[in-house]
Design a protein around this ligand. Structure first.
Ligand SMILES: *Cc1c(COP(=O)(O)O)cnc(C)c1O
Length: 480
């Protein structure tokens, strides 16, 4: 048996290169450890602007190069004040997860291996890991086991992938071959979505030439109204795609999948579920009820870089009918050593060449197991309830949403006061929660997405909000 590691008698160039990798990995590891060990206590918002950072890094393209170790040091030290502490357990901005250690380790291996993960024949190792991750995800999320799973840069591109399959399939059923003939002259597709859909659904539709959605009113928690959806479906004809939502970014609410999918399927529509963070509710026995009926949809998209806490970037596209996905995203060329039709990763994602971005997902699933994933999801939801209870009990604070999952929206008596609170929190730097508008009011939104947000961090969060409110109160001009 030949051992790949000892086969070549490496020349001195090879040895120098190996030494250079060692020194670089060691130095990068040291910088990474310094960042990670400080991330819990450092101020969460960035402390410098992009312009400042350019000055620190040096703006001129150097004529002569710089030694590699100096480049790494310059990068790590130069960029540090311009980084945001996304990994902090009190980071509640947008919907952004941190990174579990095992996922970080796996991600570094992905970079070191540098596998182009488009084709099974060239990297059976990376493909095997991603396929296992895909099978486990379908199992955990209770989705049809024969579905295709594609790893994308994020939920936006996962939505794009699913919607590409949807577009081709609804046109194919209408007798139109979009791959051959394009969209021009074909039947118009009605793309229907709730008024509180995520903006990236529009983006995915725009990339696909579908135009802006026909919007359907939502209820007070942001769930699509099924009666209004039925009306919208009846109000036209021809191919249709309906986008539903598992996890509203303001309320965390889940659409009524049973009702909405039945209505959409009765009208012959393809149903896509945007579950960028909410799909994970299905992996928890105590929260699974939120997703009841969603397995009847045709496609689902989610992120691993949010709730599962793998490093950026990893989104996941799931399509019930593998043939539809392959027709939309596959490509055939004589130089590609295709294994068999439908078996290669590039047929399930927009990219041909890409990193093995599904590997960290496998590592987290392997490390947590079914029970650990459920615990992770339950922990996030529990922390959200803790914040809603604690912050909601502070004077003048109103919790606007039913806290069913990981999102909490609060407001003070005026929009100006609500915005001042968020700004105060930002400036103090211990808790990051951003403003938004919901239910026609300014809100401060806590999105619990970090695996380290536990009861102690929730207490610190509530204390920080209490302090900010007291400071704002003290600043108010005295009433005559
Ligand atoms: C974050 C999010 C998206 C977009 O995901 P990206 O990973 O940023 O592309 C889509 N839908 C919902 C509900 C989200 O929360």
């Amino acid at each position: 048996m030949t051992d790949a590691n000892t086969r070549s008698d490496s020349g001195s160039d090879d040895r120098a290169a190996d030494a250079s990798y060692d020194a670089i990995i060691e130095a990068s590891g040291r910088h990474a450890r310094a960042w990670l060990s400080g991330v819990r206590e450092r101020p969460i918002p960035p402390q410098a602007s992009a312009d400042d950072i350019k000055d620190r890094l040096g703006r001129e393209l150097p004529e002569a190069g710089e030694p590699e170790l100096e480049v790494i040091a310059r990068l790590a030290e130069g960029v540090e004040p311009g980084l945001i502490a996304i990994g902090s357990p009190r980071f509640y901005g947008w919907v952004i997860g941190g990174t579990q250690p095992v996922a970080l380790g796996a991600d570094w291996l992905v970079s070191a291996w540098d596998q182009n993960t488009g084709l099974r024949a060239i990297t059976p190792g990376a493909v095997a890991v991603e396929e296992l991750a895909g099978e486990w995800l379908l199992d955990l999320l209770g989705l049809p086991p024969q579905s295709d799973v594609g790893f994308t840069t994020g939920a936006t591109m996962a939505q794009f992938s699913c919607m590409a399959a949807a577009r081709n399939e609804v046109l194919r059923r209408a007798g139109w071959d979009v791959e051959a003939d394009g969209l021009t002259g074909g039947p118009a597709i009605r793309f229907i979505a709730g008024e509180e859909r995520h903006g990236t659904m529009d983006l995915a539709a725009r990339y696909l030439g579908l135009g802006a959605p026909i919007t359907v009113p939502s209820d007070e928690q942001g769930r699509i109204r099924v009666d209004e959806l039925s009306r919208a479906l009846a109000d036209g004809e021809g191919p249709a795609i309906v986008a539903l939502q598992a996890g509203n970014i303001h309320s965390g609410a889940f659409d009524d999948f049973t009702g909405a999918i039945a209505a959409a399927h009765a009208a012959g529509a393809w149903v896509h579920v945007d579950g960028a963070f909410g799909l994970w509710a299905a992996a928890s026995p105590s929260l699974r009820h939120l997703t009841t009926g969603y397995e009847a949809a045709d496609s689902w998209s989610t992120d691993a870089h949010k709730t599962l806490n793998v490093p950026y970037d990893c989104g996941i596209a799931i399509v019930r009918d593998p043939a539809a996905m392959r027709r939309a995203l596959g490509m055939h060329a004589s130089y590609l050593q295709a294994t068999e039709v439908g078996a290669d990763p590039h047929e399930k994602a927009p990219e041909l060449s890409r990193r093995a971005r599904g590997v960290p997902t496998w590592a987290v699933l392997r490390s947590l197991g079914r029970a650990g994933v459920a615990q992770l999801i339950d922990g996030l939801a529990e922390a959200a309830r803790g914040i809603a209870d604690g912050v909601g009990a502070l004077p003048g604070v109103e919790v606007l949403n039913d806290v069913v999952f990981t999102q909490v929206c609060i407001a003070l008596d005026t929009d100006a006061a609500t915005e001042a609170l968020s700004e105060r929190l930002w400036n103090e730097g211990e808790v990051l929660a951003m403003t938004s508008r919901w239910q026609d009011r300014a809100v401060v939104r806590f999105s619990v997405s970090n695996w380290r947000t536990d009861a102690a961090e929730v207490r610190r969060t509530v204390d920080a909000v209490a302090r900010a409110l007291e400071a704002l109160e003290a600043e108010r001009p005295p009433v005559e």
